[in-house]
Design a protein around this ligand. Structure first.
Ligand SMILES: *Cc1c(COP(=O)(O)O)cnc(C)c1O
Length: 441
């Protein structure tokens, strides 16, 4: 599949995604609407799976980082593509289990996993837990002992590589709420601690160096450092890790400041990583570890768009023009959170030239509720359908009911066919948890 075919402009001048006319989707399902292209999602999952199969003898598994977009349909797709998943909360775990996802292929993360989340995980025979604190090691050990089992665990470490979108820096001591640092010896201490626990089975290490990264060398350097650490641990304690989880973080295209990677480029990242693992294993005389990676954004990011309807258009002469939409930070808080950049277009006039620069504003009572600032667009009119691209990751999963707006539904398209995978909320949903105590009645 040529992945860039996910979006195209049809002969009506409408934007199409996965063979479905977005103007028709907006008409049928209403706006705002999240739309996901199933073929793109599956295509990306296959890139990772096939690369592990071809370049690493299938000695590993790609885990879909479900925090990017968690819903039952996504777990079904991941399962059918032979992926595992990672979850970071009891809620994500519950969703995966509800979808029938095999627990043995679920990895659990989090810097402060709650007792009830860990209990729930062990009650459901979760495959592996990535330990991030001493307290957690104690809790898991006790829960496993109570059940007469040994629990597979990894340790999250900070190898001293911190990656940013187009660069990386090496840090001596990582100031992070996540993980145990290699450089200050804490990663080695927790290793010894976990090895001493009867009901924990230490399988190896996990690291995640950041997100939205394009620099291949960042990943290679992280592998390098982790494998050096594994060799040191083997020498110091005799423990040889048989699993290496290198996290997620492959970047995606949001606007023209970002490269547009092909499926083969993502395979290239993984191949570079695998080459480094092989090199380091033979250098240090370590056995090749079972490889795990946790791509989230790169699987669903570009697979998704959000459709809106243009409402108020406010031109402030000499200052800027605001084009307001029927969504905003409640369905996409990423501009408000980190000034993320997006590409927008008019889905019903997708072939028209852009003639002006506008700021796309949401409908929330916050001046910072914007989606894109100073972006090119044809002259938008009330009633136009706007598409915001690359909203598949960290949009729905970060949505809220702020201002008691309704979280939009999501549809999955494939060859022109569209199915709801998240149904629309109703006003009734908003008051479902509200209680009016007797004395207020
Ligand atoms: C966020 C995260 C991921 C996924 O990162 P992407 O940038 O979406 O690929 C994977 N692993 C861990 C531990 C994470 O925190």
């Amino acid at each position: 599949m040529n992945e860039r075919e996910t979006l195209k402009i049809n002969d009506k001048g409408h934007l199409e995604i996965g063979g479905a006319d977005t103007v028709e989707l907006a008409g049928k399902f209403g706006t705002p609407l999240y739309v996901f292209d199933e073929k793109y999602i599956r295509g990306m999952m296959r890139v990772y799976k096939h690369t592990i199969d071809s370049d690493y003898d299938g000695n590993g598994m790609a885990l879909y980082a479900s925090k990017a977009f968690s819903c039952m349909a996504m777990y079904k797709i991941a399962q059918s593509e032979g992926l595992g998943v990672d979850v970071v909360s009891g809620g994500e775990l519950y969703t995966a289990i509800k979808a029938g996802f095999p627990a043995k292929n679920i990895f659990m993360h989090g810097n402060n996993k709650l007792l009830n989340e860990l209990t729930y995980a062990l009650d459901n025979n979760i495959g592996t837990i990535v330990v991030d604190s001493y307290r957690e090691a104690d809790i898991i050990d006790r829960l496993a002992a109570d059940r007469g089992i040994t629990q597979n665990v990894l340790i999250r470490i900070n190898p001293g590589v911190e990656a940013h979108t187009h660069a990386f820096i090496q840090t001596a001591r990582t100031d992070s709420k996540f993980g145990f640092s290699v450089s200050d010896g804490t990663a080695e201490s927790i290793t010894a601690y976990i090895l001493s626990k009867k009901s924990l089975k230490l399988r190896g290490y996990h690291c995640h160096i950041g997100s939205q990264i394009f620099e291949k060398q960042s990943f290679v350097l992280a592998v390098d450092k982790v494998m050096d650490f594994m060799a040191n641990i083997k020498q110091a304690t005799g423990f040889e890790a048989d699993m290496l989880n290198i996290g997620g973080g492959f970047g995606v295209w949001y606007n023209d400041e970002d490269p547009k990677l092909k499926f083969s480029d993502y395979a290239g990242y993984l191949k570079a990583l695998i080459a480094e693992i092989k090199k380091k294993s033979s250098l240090h005389g370590l056995k090749l570890p079972y490889l795990l990676l946790e791509p989230g954004r790169s699987i669903v990011g570009e697979a998704g768009i959000t459709l809106y309807t243009v409402g108020a258009v406010k031109d402030i002469p000499g200052i800027r023009k605001y084009v307001a939409i029927d969504g905003g930070m409640f369905d996409n808080p990423r501009y408000a959170l980190y000034q993320s950049k997006y590409t927008v277009l008019l889905a019903n006039r997708a072939a028209e030239k852009c003639t002006e620069r506008v700021t796309v504003a949401g409908k929330c009572c916050e001046s910072g509720d914007l989606i894109a600032v100073d972006v090119p667009l044809p002259e938008a009119e009330s009633g136009d359908i706007m598409a915001v691209l690359t909203t598949g990751a960290y949009n729905y999963s970060m949505a809220s009911n702020y201002n008691r707006n309704l979280v939009p539904p999501a549809v999955l398209v494939n060859d022109g066919r569209a199915d709801l995978i998240i149904k629309p909320q109703t006003y009734e949903d908003l008051v479902r948890s509200d209680i009016v105590p007797e004395r207020l009645k």
